[in-house]
Design a protein around this ligand. Structure first.
Ligand code: AMP
Length: 113
């Protein structure tokens, strides 16, 4: 079964797409936690950080390069933004297709809840 995010990548489920490369797709989170809340996903199915291998690790760099470009595009690169990746249940992961949360547009707090 394709993951929810693969269905978004394949345009089988609608999403507000904000950025795309040959390796990644970024779209608005359906339940935004900040004025800008995007999910940046690799165009291959990797369930969690625990499933990364030396062969797929380069996708992490691609996700961060996409985050950098989105930050520039929406003008928060200097002001600040947060990227977060949850791994498994206790961290709050609910969709098992690796994704980087991109959050911006409000002051962030530390530690996160
Ligand atoms: P996580 O809890 O880290 O696994 O994040 C999953 C995220 O996916 C949550 O922030 C959800 O709001 C978001 N989400 C779930 N379904 C959709 C959808 N159809 N389109 C966009 N975002 C979604």
């Amino acid at each position: 079964m394709p993951t929810l995010f693969t269905k978004i990548i394949n345009r089988e489920i609608p999403a507000k797409i904000v950025y795309e490369t040959d390796k990644t797709l970024a779209f608005q989170d359906i339940n935004p936690q900040a004025p800008h809340h995007y999910l940046i996903v690799p165009k291959i199915e990797i369930p969690t950080i625990n499933d990364l291998t030396p062969e797929t690790a380069h996708y992490i760099g691609e996700l961060f390069l996409s985050a950098k470009e989105i930050a520039k595009q929406i003008g928060v690169d200097e002001k600040g933004y947060r990227v977060v990746m949850n791994c498994n249940a206790e961290a709050g992961q609910t969709v098992f297709h690796l994704h980087l949360h991109f959050l911006a547009g409000r002051a962030m707090h530390w530690p996160p809840g």
